[in-house]
Design a binder for this molecule. Structure first.
Ligand SMILES: Nc1ncnc2c1ncn2[C@@H]1O[C@H](COP(=O)(O)OP(=O)(O)OP(=O)(O)O)[C@@H](O)[C@H]1O
Length: 268
């Protein structure tokens, strides 16, 4: 795999009235290579033929998921990323987190961006309690910090509101409960750049309100928050700027109200 084109923006002394960039995405292209792809003919007979064929398919298909996207984020901004299914939102976040190498273009980041996805790695067979400790340590907290923030994380997640779930293995949680715990662990720490992929969509309304308030706090603490969501109200309540991707291209980047209005007109 090619080396990710992830570089650090040097922290230099700047006048206090200038905006400080946190992520620079410069003409980025991201291509997935899919091995063993079919021929692309979609009929049932063609699919059955492929399944019954003894030959393994030599086909390799390239999916050009992000096409020449550029934008810069600044400290204190919360940026919503919107667009229809498959438009490249999760892909661009994964690239900013350094998990996917751009095929072309460059991504510069100030500090280590943290990606909080619905699939963020916690261990399903461990209890919620163990996962809070594991997740806290994985994010770079000391044991002492984890101990002192433990109760706050559990209370924020609301996991124990209906019984002692925190001492049960995470595999017994509903997907919403698991997403809440992941968000609560990540939000317990201040991040230079925090990227949240749909995590809010799975919580109930009360949890969404708490999360939105916490996102506003994180911004005040001089971080940058990216929020991928299909929920326009969540974006409206949390973000002051929105980037709209469609078919891997940047369609619009501007103030939340302007971009959401154009998006809502487009999707009517
Ligand atoms: N691991 C992968 N291998 C191959 N193609 C992929 C992979 N992940 C995503 N893609 C493709 O890349 C494109 C962008 O996908 P991505 O998940 O970034 O979209 P998205 O905007 O986050 O979609 P959604 O709103 O449905 O979550 C899609 O065409 C998708 O099929």
């Amino acid at each position: 795999m090619a080396v990710a084109e992830q570089q650090s923006v040097e922290r230099t002394q700047r006048p206090s009235d200038t905006r400080v960039p946190t992520v620079i995405v410069d003409d980025v292209h991201i291509v997935y290579t899919v091995h063993g792809a079919g021929t692309g003919r979609g009929s049932a007979t063609a699919a059955l033929g492929r399944l019954l064929s003894r030959k393994s398919s030599p086909n390799v298909r390239r999916v050009h998921a992000v096409k020449g996207v550029s934008f810069t984020s600044y400290r204190g901004e919360a940026i919503g990323i919107i667009g229809s299914n498959g438009s490249g939102k999760s892909t661009i976040l994964r690239a900013i987190a350094g998990l996917l190498p751009p095929e072309r273009g460059k991504i510069y980041t100030d500090g280590q961006p943290s990606l909080l996805g619905v699939n963020a790695a916690l261990m399903n067979d461990l209890t919620g309690e163990r996962n809070v400790i594991l997740g806290g340590l994985a994010m770079g907290m000391t044991q002492e910090e984890v101990r002192s923030r433990y109760q706050g994380i559990v209370d924020f997640s609301g996991i124990n509101e209906k019984g002692d779930f925190i001492s049960l293995p995470m595999r017994t949680y509903s997907s919403g409960m698991a997403a809440r715990l992941r968000f609560s662990i990540a939000a317990a720490k201040n991040h230079d750049v925090l990227m949240i992929d749909e995590a809010l969509a799975t919580g109930d309304r009360a949890f969404q309100r708490r999360s939105e308030a916490r996102i506003r706090e994180l911004r005040k603490e001089a971080g940058t928050v990216f929020l991928v969501s299909h929920n326009n109200n969540s974006i409206r309540d949390t973000c002051d700027r929105v980037v709209w991707l469609e078919k891997g291209e940047l369609l619009m980047d501007g103030p939340t109200d302007d971009v959401l209005k154009a998006y809502e007109d487009h999707t009517k």
